[in-house]
Design a protein around this ligand. Sequence first.
Ligand code: GTP
Ligand code: SPV
Ligand code: MN
Length: 605
Amino acid sequence: MTSNKSLLPWVDEVASLCQPSDVRWCDGSESEYDELAAMLVANGTFTKLNESKRPNSYLARSDPADVARVEERTFICSERESDAGPTNNWCDPTEMKEKLTRLYRGSMRGRTLYVIPYSMGPIGSPIGRIGVQVTDSPYVVCSMRIMTRIGQAVLDALGNGDFVRCLHSVGYPLADGRKDVPWPCDSENKHISHFPETREVWSYGSGYGGNALMGKKCFALRIASVLARDEGWLAEHMLIMKITSPTGHIKYITGAFPSACGKTNLAMMTPTIPGWKIETVGDDIAWLRFGEDGRLYAINPEAGFFGVAPGTSMANNPNAMQAIRSNTIFTNCALTDDGDVWWEGMTDQPPEHLIDWLGNDWTPGCGRPAAQPNSRFTAPASQCPVIASEWEDPHGVPISAILFGGRRSGVVPLVNEAPNWRYGTFLGSIISSEKTAAAAGKVGELRIDPMAMLPFCGYHMADYWAHWLDMGEKGGDKMPRIYYVNWFRKDANGRPLWPGFGQNCRVLKWIFDRCDGQADAQQTPIGNLPLPGTLDLDGLAVAKADEEELLRVDTQGWLTLVESIKQHYARFGDRIPPALEQELTGLAQRLRAATKPTKKLGKTG
Ligand code: GTP
Ligand code: SPV
Ligand code: MN
């Protein structure tokens, strides 16, 4: 099994603390998956979907108190509080471990402890990393088998090497005759705790998504961002896509958008301009490193999609719909009378009857959503019809451009190019977005979510920006170009101005051409915008006035934004990199002088 000198003692230690009735090492085989899935069906966690409609697929309904990531229960327990910074919840690591040790004591009684060795990135990739998750949730085992690469091959690759220790318990022991429930959790006592110095994650009380699938946000972002800082690379909340132009030229682009703001949809979109091709490398997380040629290369550390279900349809994301046709776990979606799944936006007309995500009868017009707004599908990336052939290249793909984006009904234009890495880093540091159902809390509230990493950066946010600037210094003119995009701008009456989804390729085409010095731009106080008429809107019914509004620099809106950025930056005190302060001052000055006419740039300007 394993000869790793620290793995066996660690598993023994966890077992003696959590007191499971059994310990099982996961081999990652299909038969193991089938056995666990059958057990989950018997226990009521899974409903097997109609085999002829959705082969080898299941629907899980969670506890209504466990439906999303819990940011207020997420902690960065660095030794020094100042290393966690003002955007993270901090707790002294010794104190947190004492507290969690009390919660973990006996927390797996009556259950099996599963040991999941997993690889983030292709097994053996020089950029990849290994983690071991110990969990008492078979739902998590099944999900991890889709989302990561698990099993004996990982132990073989690990040898006696280092791994990230991830301890997870749903916190629902079956002691003293207590009966199991379909979705065990301890929602009152959830803790998602990270120990960056010792590369550990201790998660307790939740079985859902990023709280429980440790490879995702806990390891691949919070712990990995610390590794990346220490080792000179980047761990980012980014999709990775491959774009092929009609002349056969290829570029790879990454994009950071906050949770539920369009990464999965952009990564596998069907472009509407003839001759262009989009393929998927990753839909949520990117690890980026300098290659031998000095360029930045990205790998997708994951092996599956944990995608937002509502809004996904054959009309706007056929590739996702095909990726989830089989071998998929659905969580908190609605169940149709013929044993399939449904969610808001899947079809124009809802079915006449459903079982909603809470297990109740549902009919159209009843006033309740049938699927939970953060309901999700868990599907193998290999099933995506437009998965790029190089998606598992252990060396990654070279990146030409990085997009930042958010959900903003106003102020932020459709696309804006940073003239250089430093200003691009500044734009990343100020992206703001309306909150979504991906995290517990109020939806729609505007918040600044730097680099879409607010809930995922494992250290001080200002140090993280300094690291970005430092990477730019190292990479020089080989760094990707940076763009700030917004698919969600509305007019004064709340009408969306931009159709989004496959039509976003029009913006991607402009970016692609800009990278080659083939598209015109105009310099504005906030950055380089498409010169009117340069965005290819052929065949698209966007009114001239709407196009102007999409590309309008809302000077007043930006001046107000500058004030909120000042407050945002003030939170970081003197740890804020001076370069970003200078970019902010420069932006404010240009906005104040904005009454002057704009300057036309040539194709390479
Ligand atoms: P996480 O997995 O939480 O990180 O989300 P994500 O960034 O991958 O977002 P995703 O692509 O799943 O989209 C979230 C929601 O936004 C879905 O309901 C989509 O239908 C919707 N959406 C995605 N792209 C667009 C777009 O271009 N325009 C509009 N209007 N909605 C979009
Ligand atoms: C996100 O919230 O950004 C997600 C879902 O991708 S979760 O895995 O729950 O973090
Ligand atoms: Mn995400």
